[in-house]
Write a protein that binds this ligand. Structure first.
Ligand SMILES: [Ca+2]
Ligand SMILES: [Zn+2]
Length: 356
């Protein structure tokens, strides 16, 4: 029987019941007083229930109160822009900054996230899940690394980057999103990690299988030779503002200049080249292990050093011999390249120009 029908039925006998209740109530009250001398709270409740059951209650407006629900709408927390008062992950940090490559010694990135308020963190930190994918704004496909283990502190292993045997024209970049579900809601924070220009350059050595991966400390973005005749900008022929220029190159060039052309000076046609740039040097693909990618080499421009009115092999030999005095590891022969003098301070090798 529905409450409505019950009330209709009760309404038909409401007058009768009203009289019965009205008559019974004093008796109950009287009986209670007689037995205990006062009205006990428990008896008062019994009396109230009897009165409350009176049929006129059915004339009242029926108010239906819905069962309260926990706020369950999904919400998103942008980094630094909390929009939900209770659940945030504002403490997302990336250890090791943005320095990483796919090299096995350099591919671990520490991650940690903190939920606030602290009470929520303590009880939910183990449930933080980590979503990692290629940064949609990263300029290229960086692949999808394996999902880091859940928890407030974890490690991202940079792996799964697509092969790039010819180097890649973009930096590896990943979007990292710690997420946790609390009270039916989902809190998400977002950050990205992107290789800096040094690691972008270094990644080319890995992608292109170079014999050696230069350390970050080998790269600079400024500098000049002691005497100031050769600057970083002049010796960086690569694609990036970070490059390798070894001291031996600065010093050697100054020495050659002092012998060959202390007044007019020397012009360097090419110095450091990142591997991808080096592969595009004509005739392509260039020397795979060119010393230009290790910052030890320079190509010296020819001119009429002996002032005979022509620039020819005699000038080439004059410059090469000057280079010999600076103790380089290698000088290309005239047959190998007669358009300039290549000199480098890499390992000592044979097969090039034979110094007198
Ligand atoms: Ca000449
Ligand atoms: Zn060269």
């Amino acid at each position: 029987m529905s409450n409505r029908h019950f009330c209709e039925m009760r309404g038909e006998v409401s007058m009768v019941m009203e009289h019965i209740i009205a008559a019974a109530a004093p008796w109950v009250l009287a009986a209670t007083r007689l037995k205990h001398g006062h009205i006990l709270p428990g008896r008062a409740v019994v009396l109230s229930l009897i009165l409350g059951a009176a049929p006129w209650r059915c004339d009242a407006v029926q108010v239906i109160v819905a069962t309260p629900t926990v706020q369950a709408t999904a919400f998103t927390i942008a980094a630094g822009q909390p929009t939900f008062p209770n659940v945030q992950i504002p403490g997302l940090t990336v250890a090791s900054g943005n320095s990483f490559t796919t090299n096995a010694q350099e591919n671990s990135v520490g991650l940690s996230a903190t939920i606030t308020p602290q009470s929520l963190h303590q009880t939910n930190m183990a449930n933080i899940q980590w979503l990692v994918d290629s940064n949609p704004s990263g300029g290229g496909d960086s692949g999808t690394p394996a999902t880091p283990a859940a928890g407030s502190s974890t490690t991202l292993t940079i792996s799964g980057a697509p092969a790039a045997a010819g180097g890649r024209g973009y930096r590896l970049s990943y979007r990292i999103r710690p997420t946790v579900q609390i009270q039916g809601g989902t809190a998400i924070d977002t950050t990205t990690i992107t290789q800096d220009v040094t690691d972008r350059a270094r990644q080319e050595y890995i992608d292109m299988n170079k014999n050696r991966l230069p350390g970050r400390a080998e790269f600079t973005s400024a500098g000049q030779s002691a005497q100031g005749h050769f600057t970083f900008a002049e010796l960086n022929s690569g694609d990036f503002p970070a490059a390798i220029v070894v001291d031996a190159l600065y010093n050697g060039l100054e020495e050659i200049r002092s012998i060959a052309s202390p007044v007019a000076g020397l012009i360097v046609n090419g110095g450091y080249r990142n591997p991808r740039h080096n592969a595009n040097i004509l005739p392509a693909p260039g020397a795979p292990e060119s010393q230009h990618i290790y910052g030890t080499a320079a190509d010296l421009q020819l001119r009429d050093f002996n002032n005979d009115g022509v620039t020819d092999q005699a000038d080439w030999t004059f410059l090469a011999n000057a280079a010999c005095t600076a103790g380089p590891g290698f000088i290309e022969s005239f047959a190998q390249d007669n358009s300039h003098v290549h000199v480098d301070w890499g390992p000592t090798r044979t097969g090039g120009y034979t110094c007198p």
